[in-house]
Design a protein around this ligand. Structure first.
Ligand code: ZN
Length: 209
């Protein structure tokens, strides 16, 4: 939703409701963990009232575990926290599960995969940032493709069925490559909302058109 028209959020959420997208991804920024502020809970509550797809809430904030009850109150399906923001990551995953949500762990481009080695079997999803978080509309970092392949091998090695999500600079020029590398979930912002026909662009990204 970061690339949506914030003056017409209802219209944009309804467009996604009517589309073939699977989830609605919400990027929360606090101006501390990342150098920008996006939107907070009052705005997300407004979007959640209109949304008919599962909410995928990506917190780019310090101390994300403090907000587990509020994310749960939104009716979120998935809550993702950054490894870099959680010194007690294993506990944060447990707390998200205890709240009844799926738990995702996010890595910035410069964070090596070894940082999640001990929680491979615990999280439901691992989100690899393919841009440095903070702004929409950035260029995809090409080395992410190899990182996806290596993460897929690590998950297979421990028998984890966790999903791999990719976020940042995803568009129709790299979606197929990311899927082939092992990504399960692609986050697209600008590619969808800047397209002449956003619903058709979603089909293109999913390889359905
Ligand atoms: Zn995100």
């Amino acid at each position: 939703m970061l690339a949506a028209d914030f003056a017409h959020l209802q219209q944009d959420v309804e467009m996604l409701n009517a589309s073939q997208c699977d989830w609605i991804h919400l990027d929360v920024m606090d101006g501390v963990f990342v150098p920008n502020i996006s939107f907070g809970f009052p705005v997300m509550e407004a979007m959640a009232r209109v949304a008919k797809k599962p909410l995928d809430v990506h917190l780019m904030i310090v101390q994300p575990e403090k907000f587990i009850p509020q994310v749960k109150a939104l009716g979120a399906y998935m809550m993702s926290v950054h490894q870099e923001a959680c010194p007690h990551l294993h506990r944060a995953i447990q707390q998200i599960h205890n709240a009844g949500m799926q738990a995702g762990v996010v890595l910035n481009p410069a964070t090596p995969l070894c940082m999640i080695e001990e929680v491979l079997a615990d999280a439901d999803m691992f989100l690899l940032m393919s841009v440095n978080p903070g702004f929409g509309g950035q260029k995809f970092i090409a080395s992410t493709v190899d990182k996806i392949k290596r993460l897929r091998q690590m998950l297979d090695a421990v028998g984890s069925k966790a999903l791999i999500e990719v976020d940042g600079g995803v568009d129709s020029t790299n979606a197929d490559m990311l899927y082939r590398a092992g990504a399960d979930v692609l986050v697209a912002g600008s590619a969808v909302f800047r397209a002449p026909d956003p619903q058709h662009e979603i089909l293109v990204l999913k390889g359905l058109s």
